[in-house]
Design a protein around this ligand. Structure first.
Ligand SMILES: *Cc1c(COP(=O)(O)O)cnc(C)c1O
Length: 469
């Protein structure tokens, strides 16, 4: 079989192989790359997975996507190395909550949020590919908290990348800031911008729009629209389903705390490959544009509202475009038109027969901060377990939107409670301690530059660092 290729959701970019998609991120027509077809897990493979480790299953699930770009032994070694950084042998343990509710703990990676699962792999794939090409890139990213630290941990000390992460000064939590600024690797550069997250993001966009800067500095990104991140996230849907009887064809449901839609779209991919998933619950906080879309077919951008679950405080969910592409029969021109209209008018609707394609498997639920806090405290009183506010949104949504109690409901636990200790403490009176490997986080020295909220100054600081180290 010829290696899989990738097409853009807007239909007007060249079809590429995996390694080019990995390094490109966004397609040149503004679309997102998706596989030209969905491979199937061979008959019997789900059954076989029951006795395999996370890394072994990961290699089998992802191999059809990377074949042709990596040789099998190299890929196997990279996967095994990526998941050896996790604090538990299972990588993503399942915890029984009773009543056929389960938590899939995605937070045992180095920075305590689920982004590590994709980025620990993607950082290594980047490094391997760039080494083979003899190239070096400048990675620039903006973060409101979780992505920055996960990207830094994934790329620290790699000679193929200089990493610049912009965060809004004083607007990320102390744990989040220290997870970034205490990494003293020579290729890691933190910039605290005296502005908001949106200011940081605008600066990153402006750097990419600056053709001269982009080309002379070989600019690249590892943001959530990168296909390789979605690919890596498909694996835990498969492993969780298999552990709950999926190998014998028993269906499983997932509730997913959702922001940019990358996580839940990975679940869709796992389902398309043959994993028996009967329901996806898209869990939103007060920023409920996705709940509106899935229940009415219309999306309208509003103001971002701060909540207890900041990593889901998003209005435009970039990865939704991948699902829209699927429900429009992979018509790239239709998606290009739809996204243009959304951008210019701030609102867009899809036909009801398109939306009907989602009615069988998709549900959505909105959870406000009061319900989030009550869910954290309720679970703590019942079981003694602490969960973080993002996970609590997922659990509350699962309870509200579950259709069949005989189907195991897996709630994706996207962050460790110690990553968001204030919300957890306010709900329960208990401050969750950091795990062992981060217990001295508050004693470690920090290194970062503070920059005024001014594009030229920030670009100048990056250039000076690149030129003089
Ligand atoms: C990024 C993040 C999310 C949102 O995931 P998406 O893939 O953007 O939908 C949810 N919870 C936590 C803790 C996160 O860091």
């Amino acid at each position: 079989m010829a290696p899989l290729t990738y097409v853009s959701t807007r239909g007007a970019a060249p079809e590429l192989g995996f390694s080019d998609v990995l390094l490109a991120g966004l397609a040149i027509d503004g679309g997102l790359y998706v596989p030209s077809e969905w491979p199937s897990l061979t008959v019997g493979s789900l059954e076989r997975f029951a006795s395999m480790s996370y890394a072994e299953i990961a290699v089998e699930v992802m191999w059809p996507f990377v074949e042709g770009s990596f040789d099998h032994d190299t890929f196997e070694a990279i996967v095994s190395d990526a998941y050896a950084t996790f604090a538990t042998e299972e990588v993503v343990p399942l915890v029984d909550l009773g009543d056929n509710f389960w938590l899939a703990e995605l937070f045992h990676g180095p920075t305590l949020a689920f982004k590590d699962i994709a980025l620990q792999l993607v950082g290594r794939l980047f490094d391997d590919e760039l080494t083979r090409r003899g190239e070096k890139v400048t990675i620039v990213g903006a973060t409101s908290g979780d992505t920055g630290s996960a990207a830094i941990e994934a790329l620290r000390d790699r000679p193929t990348a200089e990493v610049f992460i912009l965060h809004p000064a004083g607007r990320v939590s102390d744990v989040q800031r220290r997870q970034m600024t205490t990494v003293l690797a020579p290729n890691v550069h933190n910039i605290a911008v005296e502005g908001t997250f949106d200011d940081c993001q605008d600066m990153v966009k402006a750097l990419f729009a600056d053709k001269n800067f982009r080309e002379s500095r070989n600019l690249s990104a590892v943001n959530s629209i990168n296909w390789a991140r979605v690919m890596a996230q498909m694996v835990y849907y498969v492993t969780s389903a298999v552990r709950l009887g999926g190998g014998a064809g028993r269906p499983v449901a997932f509730s997913v705390p959702t922001g940019n839609f990358g996580n839940v779209f990975a679940g869709y991919g796992a389902q398309r490959m043959g994993t028996p998933i009967s329901q996806f619950i898209v869990a939103s906080n007060r920023n409920d544009i996705l709940t509106q879309f899935l229940t009415t077919g219309t999306m309208t951008i509003g103001e971002v509202q701060p909540t207890l679950s900041p990593s889901m405080d998003i209005q435009v969910s970039s990865n939704l475009e991948r699902l829209l592409f699927e429900i429009h029969g992979r018509d790239g021109a239709a998606i290009a038109e739809l996204m243009d209209r959304f951008r210019s008018e701030g609102t867009v609707s899809v036909d009801s027969d398109r939306l009907d394609l989602l009615s069988e498997h998709w549900a959505a639920s909105r959870v406000d901060d009061a319900q989030t806090a009550a869910t954290i405290s309720g679970l703590y009183e019942q079981t003694g377990m602490l969960i973080d506010p993002h996970t609590a949104v997922g659990l509350a949504a699962a309870r509200a939107a579950r259709t069949d109690p005989s189907v195991p409901m897996v709630v994706l636990a996207t962050a460790h409670p110690a990553k968001f200790p204030d919300g957890v403490e306010a709900a329960t009176g208990v401050r969750p301690p950091l795990p062992e490997h981060l217990s001295d986080l508050f004693d470690r020295p920090e290194k970062f530059d503070v920059c005024p909220n001014d594009f030229e100054t920030v670009r100048g600081a990056i250039e000076a660092t690149l030129d003089h180290g």
